[in-house]
Design a protein around this ligand. Structure first.
Ligand SMILES: *Cc1c(COP(=O)(O)O)cnc(C)c1O
Length: 435
């Protein structure tokens, strides 16, 4: 399979090159040059397949012979070692719980698959790869856990120190050890990001430490996110074949993966994009104008993105036509007040506890279903509410029960390299790690 850049000014690359590079040199985004349809027999039999079996069928269409079948089956099975149940919240409304992985958020799926693909290819090379990543919280946790224990790969995570990320997020980064090194940077998230960028732009460093990115726009994070749309269909096939799915979105990777699944033949009636106050895509659907803006902070903070990169992948899928875009996607945006009220109301009415991101998804789904009440609706519940206890507990006026694996992080001992926002100090850490 070849991958092209959405900006179309660099040559096509293999899957392996696409995932090691992450971003094409023309600053576009990689897209598969063919999106293969799955056979009708696959859909006829899908309810008898496991999530890992479905995942393998989907992934093999994107990777073809670059990873042999037995290896790819193993990669998919290890990625998907937790369930993703569609849980009934009320009549006709289901929550697709994507938070049963190690860090309790859907980013586990992409990070685990990327880690295993990179490790597979690195195993055939002489030099260890070093993943360098800056995080404002959740991405670092998923990447750290996803790459933990991978042979051939070291991970260095930069995070802003001095209480700029939550205690539990910090614990998720700093208690792993092994091949995962956390650097507590005396600076902001932007400083961390700049240090990563400067290191990649330094050819000597890039080469010496074999630096690789685990950025969210990597194709290998997108592909496995398609698996669970097929899995939703498999779980709900006996309830209804007219399913609509609402995706609470920030950078729109999750939704793009759903659109790819539909292109592969998955019969989803309608996708709905739901955003917080960072409403760039819903506004585009309304107006045809794509106007990126600086992000604003909200309680669904993993969706605080003012310039969503995967807009360009969606636009590419829709042939750069606004008419197609607004037909394929409904879009709605909600502020924090609506999100908080929603968490309270759904808890009171049904007993189901939403996290702030899932609440935005629930709101979008319900707004769409007002006009289409006969459909069966699914919203993606992208994180466990206990990850956002500070926000959720005052709303529902009771403590949120923390799952054991989150507690285990909380009880671990923090180990981090304190460094200044200075590439020379990062270099010292890289030297140490690579020896
Ligand atoms: C990253 C994230 C999102 C947004 O997903 P995108 O793919 O960037 O649209 C939503 N919810 C949670 C909990 C996340 O961590």
């Amino acid at each position: 399979m070849k991958y092209y850049s959405t900006n179309k000014s660099v040559p096509e690359v293999s899957f392996e090159e696409a995932i090691f590079k992450g971003l094409p040199d023309d600053n576009g985004l990689y897209m598969p040059d063919t999106i293969h349809k799955l056979d009708q027999s696959f859909f006829d039999n899908i309810e008898n397949m496991s999530l890992a079996e479905i995942g393998y069928e989907v992934a093999s269409k994107y990777i073809e012979d670059e990873i042999p079948a037995e290896d790819l089956k193993k990669i998919v099975a290890e990625t998907m070692n937790f369930d993703i149940p569609a849980v009934k919240v009320e009549e006709g409304v289901y929550s697709l719980e994507l938070y049963h992985g190690p860090t309790l958020a859907f980013k586990d799926v992409g990070a685990r698959f990327l880690a295993r693909c990179l490790s597979y290819f690195s195993g055939k090379k002489e030099k260890k790869a070093t993943i360098l990543v800056a995080t404002s919280g959740d991405t670092g946790a998923a990447v750290g856990a996803g790459f933990y224990g991978m042979e051939n790969i070291n991970v260095v995570i930069l995070y802003p120190g001095g209480g700029k990320i939550s205690k539990i997020q910090e614990k998720q980064l700093t208690t792993l050890g092994g091949n995962i090194t956390a650097c507590e940077v005396d600076g902001t998230f932007d400083d961390c990001q700049k240090m990563v960028k400067d290191s990649f732009l330094n050819p000597e460093m890039k080469d010496k430490f074999n630096l690789t990115s685990a950025n969210s726009i990597n194709m290998a994070r997108l592909i496995p996110q398609s698996f669970y749309y097929f899995w939703t269909y498999a779980q709900l096939k006996s309830v209804s074949k007219d399913i609509v799915i609402c995706v609470p979105s920030g950078n729109y990777g999750n939704l793009t993966a759903g659109l790819l699944a539909k292109k592969m033949g998955l019969p989803i009636r309608q996708y709905i994009a739901a955003s917080n106050a960072n409403d760039i895509v819903p506004a585009y659907i309304q107006s045809g104008q794509f106007n990126p803006k600086p992000s604003v902070m909200t309680m669904s903070n993993a969706m605080d993105v003012g310039n969503p990169s995967n807009f360009f992948r969606m636009n590419d899928l829709f042939g750069a036509s606004w008419d197609v875009f607004k037909e394929e996607l409904a879009g709605y945006a909600y502020d924090d007040k609506q999100t908080g009220e929603c968490i309270k109301q759904v808890k009171d009415d049904t007993g189901y506890l939403l996290d702030p991101h899932g609440a935005v998804g629930y709101l979008g789904l319900k707004e769409y279903m007002n006009d289409y009440p006969a459909e069966v609706g699914v919203f993606l519940e992208t994180a466990h509410p206990a990850k956002f206890g500070d926000v959720v507990e005052p709303i529902i006026n009771e403590p949120v029960v923390m799952p054991d694996r989150l507690k285990a992080y909380a009880e671990g001992t923090k180990v981090a390299e304190p460094i200044k926002a200075d590439v020379a100090q990062l270099r010292v850490v890289l030297e140490k790690v690579s020896n």
